[in-house]
Design a binder for this molecule. Structure first.
Ligand SMILES: [Zn+2]
Length: 654
């Protein structure tokens, strides 16, 4: 999933804190901004672990004016325990259950749980079939799970986006990414004139004067959140992609009627996206079915299995299309078993974008390492959130940019640690491992794949980047002396961050007075470490990690002037009425002073840190007043550090 919105929209201020580096404002990549509504309902619902989902048959009817969803879901489960008398499914209370059948004899439905009493007792490995009939208007309780929408203000449009907790809002299931069904059938009846796009292959369609019925069959294992519907009077066209071995993968496109001509142009590239990603990851994982794109009304993309939903048809969205295609391998064929490991979906999909940049170029940069490096630089993350998401109760928190940006940097850094050959071998091992493919996975599975191909223990590598906020901050000192064998370079490296002590291979580039340079390598794994290198000449300068293979801050002791990093991590609430709290990370030794500017650049207020935290973090507050105590007018203001290296845009309401 990737949210993409226009930075210029002021209403965005209602939901997000745009934090930008002042000097980068013009170069800001709009698509890095994401928007999520807060979803505070406790999401960590206890799923029924007494049975495994095997198969779901969804039979749905969608009515308009009044809008209504009528459904009958038949589900096959396998008991994991003896003496099984009841099972519990997830289903939102807005769906009114009218009947249950097959093995289910009675039901209780409340608090998003549907408890089914079984007609007989089942034992371990027994298969049981239940049927649930229900109707209602899906509640979009903090999300856009099942949306009755319109195109061009008049055409009926229904779309779903069930990640992470939305399947239960429109169909009863075990709503967890940890339990994939082996297959799913989806039969949907809609008014005549509408088309239904969904997962897998279209097995049948019945078009009458009053209704259209579509029957989709997904024969690959699928997690409930990846089951989707896209319903509209779609313009439809197809393409095909040649597979190794002579088969052909059909490509299906469903777009709004007014966009068809543009879509036929823009989506021509899909074949090339498949070329690029399958060269890196191995064959497209749903080769016996299809890949497709369906237009929907959400401002981003969602990697529904075999059918990505996208919010716009535009060449400018190229990297988003690549991101969602990358998810077909990482997210769909291999699905994070727990939302805490969401980086296994989003970090990998974001890294797919960088690989695409390397293969096809990025901006003005031609294909190659420079394009890749530039793309990775656009995904830098220096903040205080951890990639591992302990708290899964807020959708905004779950899809924090840390899992996209720092998540993709974990792969970039692993590539730096292992070298290209082992890294890509490990990536393919993970993507193609027959014991993992089409299952739900954990970080340990990625680690094992890379450990197997490299023969290296990688637990520390993953733990230090997944479980801790921030990044290492190195202080580098060096001096030279002469010996019989040449010039001796002594380098001391101190890790200044509070914790952990990072363990990494690092490169050190030595520059000579004649313009030549040489790259030295070292392994750094303690708080203070000293290295000695014998060189033919004394270097005149030194740079740690010149290729930016590690997320870090570096300070050179020999250099009086250096540029410490400063970032504004958060400004909340934004917009604000009473007071806005600002959090800054700075590697300076004194708390930085912040200044509030209006949009014309006038300085209104100087802010001093109120609290200093343990991680080089400082806390500020602004009450909407100038230095002289006057209340400012409602509007947009910028809060920046003295050198203009970091700035936040805030909205003051009266
Ligand atoms: Zn994504």
């Amino acid at each position: 999933m990737r949210r993409r919105i226009c930075y210029a929209l002021i209403w965005m201020m209602l939901y997000t804190v745009p934090v930008v580096h002042a000097q980068d404002i013009t170069a800001l990549k709009m698509h890095k901004q994401r928007l999520y509504r807060q979803y505070t309902r406790l999401a960590a619902s206890a799923q029924d672990t007494t049975m495994d989902a095997r198969y779901y048959h969804l039979s749905l009817r969608i009515r308009f004016r009044p809008n209504l969803l009528e459904g009958e879901v038949e589900a096959l489960f396998q008991s994991r325990v003896d003496n099984l008398n009841t099972i519990v499914l997830d289903l939102d209370d807005a769906m009114n259950v009218t009947a249950v059948g097959a093995s289910a004899g009675a039901f209780q439905h409340n608090n998003q749980k549907l408890r089914l009493t079984l007609k007989k007792t089942y034992h371990r490995n027994d298969t049981l079939r239940v049927r649930v009939r229900y109707r209602g208007l899906p509640a979009n309780d903090g999300g856009d799970w099942f949306v009755f929408d319109t195109i061009e203000d008049s055409l009926d449009h229904v779309w779903t986006l069930s990640e992470p907790y939305g399947a239960r809002y429109w169909w009863p299931c075990k709503d967890t990414p940890a339990d994939k069904a082996d297959s799913v059938d989806i039969r949907v009846t809609v008014p005549a004139g509408l088309w239904v796009a969904s997962n897998g292959l279209l097995a049948d369609s019945v078009l009458t004067d009053s209704t259209n019925t579509f029957f989709w069959k997904e024969r690959y294992p699928i997690a409930p959140y990846l089951v989707s519907l896209a319903v509209a009077p779609y313009a439809r066209f197809r393409d095909s992609y040649p597979l190794p071995g002579g088969d052909v993968l059909p490509l299906y496109f469903y777009v709004y009627p007014s966009e068809e001509a543009r879509a036929r142009e823009v989506f021509k590239e899909t074949r090339d996206h498949l070329d690029v990603l399958s060269a890196y990851f191995g064959p497209y994982p749903f080769a016996k079915e299809k890949y497709g794109l369906a237009r929907f009304g959400w401002g981003g993309g969602m990697e529904h299995q075999t059918l990505t939903s996208v919010g716009r048809v535009s060449e400018a969205w190229r990297f988003l299309y690549v991101h969602e295609l990358g998810h077909q391998w990482f997210g769909d064929a291999l699905t994070c078993a727990s939302w805490r490991d969401i980086w296994l979906n989003e970090g990998f999909a974001s890294y797919s974008e960088a690989l695409y940049a390397e293969a096809r170029g990025y901006g003005e940069l031609p294909p190659g390492r420079a394009a890749y490096d530039a793309y990775m630089s656009s995904q830098l993350y220096y903040g205080d959130e951890t990639v591992y998401r302990e708290d899964t109760t807020s959708v905004a928190g779950l899809f924090d940019r840390v899992v996209y940006d720092k998540g993709s940097w974990i792969l970039h850094m692993l590539r730096g640690q292992l070298g290209d050959t082992l890294f890509f071998k490990g990536l393919r091992r993970y993507a193609r491992d027959s014991t993992l493919l089409y299952t739900s996975v954990r970080t340990a599975d990625v680690r094992s794949a890379f450990e197997e191909v490299s023969g290296r223990a990688l637990k520390t590598f993953f733990d230090q980047w997944l479980l801790y906020p921030f990044y290492p901050s190195y202080e580098v000192g060096w001096q030279t002396s002469t010996s019989d064998s040449g010039s001796v370079l002594t380098v001391t490296i101190r890790q200044e961050q509070p914790r952990p002590v990072y363990q990494l291979n690092l490169e050190l580039k030595a520059y000579y007075s004649n313009g030549a340079d040489t790259v030295l390598t070292l392994f750094n794994d303690s708080r203070d470490q000293t290295y000695r290198f014998v060189l033919s000449h004394a270097p005149v300068n030194l740079r740690l990690d010149p290729g930016n293979k590690v997320l870090k801050n570096v300070r050179y002791r020999n250099e009086a002037a250096y540029t410490p990093r400063i970032t504004i991590d958060s400004a909340r609430p934004n917009p604000f009425r009473e007071q806005i709290e600002i959090r800054v990370t700075s590697w300076r030794n004194v708390p930085p002073e912040l200044t509030v500017f209006d949009v014309s650049g006038r300085r209104l207020r100087r802010l001093k840190a109120r609290v200093a935290g343990a991680f080089h973090d400082y806390y500020y507050a602004w009450d909407g007043r100038t230095d002289t105590g006057r209340r400012v007018a409602a509007g947009i203001y910028f809060i920046a550090d003295a050198e203009g290296k970091a700035a936040a845009r805030v909205l003051y309401l009266k």
